[in-house]
Design a protein. Structure first.
Length: 397
């Protein structure tokens, strides 16, 4: 079981742990194979095999370190790879081809340390400089480690060149695979973020909002505002389990959202146990007023069928308003104007299981819908207001 390290989740090294451990593991396997080959080679004195075994043990050590400190693991792996390859190249000579292994080190290091630009540049440039120096200076190697090197230098040059190239290709493939998965995750995250924004701001307005420095406002000449209040929910929430209360409220609002999608109604927001929606706030469409009425009637019907222990009051009004998206930390889409206040007051004056409409809206909905007799209501902050209860569709419009 991996020890808990409390890493910074934004650290690219922590995200690349699997890739780094894979590099350490493959280097360990190659060191063991390399030690075996050198041990049985007649022209090698045995020192390179011993060095390979020591390097393999060193890799085991840094793997264990990495279980607790991923940065140390990366730094020690880089230092060990660079120093061992450079030391081998100097000891055996350029003709042996060990310097080719500096190229995988140069490619992998900037990727591992990409979280620190200076460190990434330094760890990538150092192996390249060492490779160029070994290539230009053409070291002949030391006779302490290898004897009769000239007879086998060309063979080992080809073997090491092929091995280093294979390491480089595998490394590039791993990095490309990782980057591809990262891009897929970013695309998925971008999609989720876009969907979240669409839940806050109508999708058709999102482009305008994002291109306008997080600010959007416009006038609507004729809109219908709908307020729905869940009657008895406050009392129910006091005596019920909080989880059950939230679950039920989520179910109710999900039903309302489905109806809104069905009738082309734009959900504006929820305030506690109140649901606010509107039509014609984005696009002026034919039949929008009738759809708003059907939406309100279906809300009453669904609540009465599915939630017998609660009821709803609905208030509706039509008229001009201002719509827009505001805020920086918590962006929200909202509507303002006298018609919004009127719809809210009519909801308060309505009765459970009924829809109270302003007379301007009533005139627009007739004769397609039936209404009760007009009455005057005293609306707080507005005064005497004529309104009528929506009874249902007549079937003639």
């Amino acid at each position: 079981m991996r020890a808990e390290t409390n890493p910074d989740r934004d650290d690219p090294l922590e995200n690349d742990r699997f890739l780094l451990e894979l590099l350490v593991g493959s280097s360990f396997a190659y060191s063991i194979v390399y030690a075996f080959v050198n041990y049985h080679a007649s022209f090698v004195d045995g020192v390179p095999a011993s060095i390979s075994i020591l390097y393999a043990a060193y890799l085991v050590f840094i793997y264990l370190i990495g279980r607790y400190r991923i940065l140390w693991m990366a730094l020690l792996f880089y230092a060990g790879a660079f120093l061992s390859v450079t030391g081998y190249a100097i000891a055996l000579g350029s003709g042996f081809g060990m310097h080719f292994f500096l190229l995988p080190v140069a490619v992998g290091a900037p990727f591992l340390f990409r979280g620190d630009r200076l460190l990434a540049v330094a760890t990538g440039a150092l192996p390249v400089l060492a490779f160029c120096a070994l290539l230009v200076l053409n070291f002949s190697g030391t006779s302490i480690i290898v004897s009769d090197l000239e007879e086998t230098a060309s063979l080992y040059l080809r073997v090491n060149a092929i091995s280093a190239t294979a390491f480089l290709l595998v490394e590039i493939l791993l990095i490309a695979t990782f980057l591809n998965r990262t891009l897929e995750r970013l695309a998925a995250e971008k999609g989720r973020n876009y969907q979240l924004l669409c839940n806050l701001i109508p999708e058709s307005l999102l482009g305008r909002f994002l291109s306008n420095d997080r600010y959007l406002a416009y006038n609507c000449d004729q809109a219908v505002v709908i307020f729905v209040d869940i009657v008895g929910f406050t009392e129910l929430s006091v005596r019920s389990d909080p989880n059950e209360v939230v679950r039920m409220l989520n179910d109710i609002y999900s039903d309302f959202d489905e109806l809104a999608d069905q009738f082309g109604v734009e959900k504006i927001k929820t305030i506690g146990d109140s649901y606010m929606a509107a039509v014609n706030v984005i696009d002026q469409t034919s039949g929008a007023f009738e759809n708003a009425a059907r939406f309100a009637l279906d809300i009453v019907r669904i609540v009465s069928e599915r939630y017998s222990h609660i009821g709803v009051r609905v208030g509706m009004a039509s008229g001009p308003l201002v719509a827009g998206a505001v805020g920086k930390r918590r962006i929200f889409f909202d509507i303002w104007g006298p018609v919004v206040n009127l719809a809210s007051r009519l909801e308060k004056l309505s009765a459970p299981g009924r829809v109270l409409c302003s007379m301007e809206l009533v005139e627009r909905l007739r004769p397609a819908f039936q209404f009760a007799e007009e009455s005057n209501y005293e609306a707080r902050g507005i005064g005497e207001t004529p309104a009528a209860f929506l009874l249902g569709a007549t079937g003639t419009g």
